[in-house]
Design a protein around this ligand. Structure first.
Ligand code: ZN
Ligand code: FE
Length: 255
């Protein structure tokens, strides 16, 4: 069994992900920021798109949907709660659903916060989670529609996945996220090491996405809001985790 995940850079800083089963030839896509680079990636490999999974309604995650649907006749999947503001769905998904992705069971998680109804997808066969604008490399999405406690709860679900899960997130924001993370935990050695790696990667134009959940747990300030060391650093030693998360998110918003 060979599952391949291909990271496809789109627009200025978006990522889409192709999931391909080498035995069956089945191919799925998570998010469609624009069609052209995805078509190129498929054509270069001789792959045909069967399924498109949408994480949330923002244009930079769905804009290529109709062109891909027209080209391949692929089935489009997205959140039932978001069906009114997503492209027409062939399959509406909700938290707790298990859905076939390129022939493998994939779990649907509601990770509301950035938007209400934002989904993440966990594909155990590939040890991968598609998180788009919820959990990001060294960061998380801005909380536009949901509440801070809701976003904290969503990130906690992702943090509970196996640490060797590959986090396929939606944007190349890691360098800025790294600079911010250093303001929260300047003495975190794992973070300093990662910041050097991120700088080196970006200097040669390499992607910093996907990342490993274990790296995020060690360095991503938004996952670390429950740690007493982080609470103390923010002079919030006895605050609930969600309030500490909210303080970190607010600081990032004005960083
Ligand atoms: Zn978004
Ligand atoms: Fe986005």
């Amino acid at each position: 069994m060979t599952i391949e995940i291909v990271t496809v850079p789109c627009r200025s800083d978006n990522y889409a992900f192709l999931v391909h089963d080498g035995d069956t030839g089945c191919t799925a896509l998570v998010d469609a920021p624009e069609a052209a680079p995805i078509l190129s990636a498929l054509e270069a490999r001789g792959w045909t798109l069967g399924q498109l999974f949408l994480t949330h309604h923002h244009d930079d995650h769905i804009a290529g949907t109709e062109e891909l649907r027209t080209r391949y006749g692929c089935s489009v999947y997205g959140g039932a709660a978001d069906a009114h503001r997503l492209p027409p769905l062939d399959h509406a998904l909700s938290e707790g659903d298990s859905v076939d992705c390129a022939g493998h069971p994939m779990q649907v998680l509601d990770v509301s916060g950035h938007t209400v109804g934002h989904l993440a997808f966990y594909l155990p066969a590939a040890k991968a989670a598609f998180t788009a604008d919820s959990l990001m490399a060294l960061g998380c999405g801005r909380v536009f529609e949901g509440t801070m406690p809701q976003m904290w709860h969503s990130l906690s679900k992702l943090a509970a996945l196996p640490p060797d899960t590959t986090i396929c997130s939606g944007h190349e924001y890691t360098a800025t996220n790294a600079a911010f993370a250093a303001t929260i935990e300047p003495d975190n050695q794992d973070l300093q090491t990662r910041i050097s790696a991120v700088k080196a990667a970006r200097a040669k134009g390499a992607f910093t996405v996907p990342s490993l959940l274990s790296e995020e747990l060690a360095t991503n300030p938004f996952l670390r809001a429950g740690l007493s060391s982080v609470k103390s650093a923010l002079t919030m030693p006895s605050a609930p985790d969600a309030e500490v998360f909210a303080e970190i998110r607010r600081r990032k918003d004005s960083f």
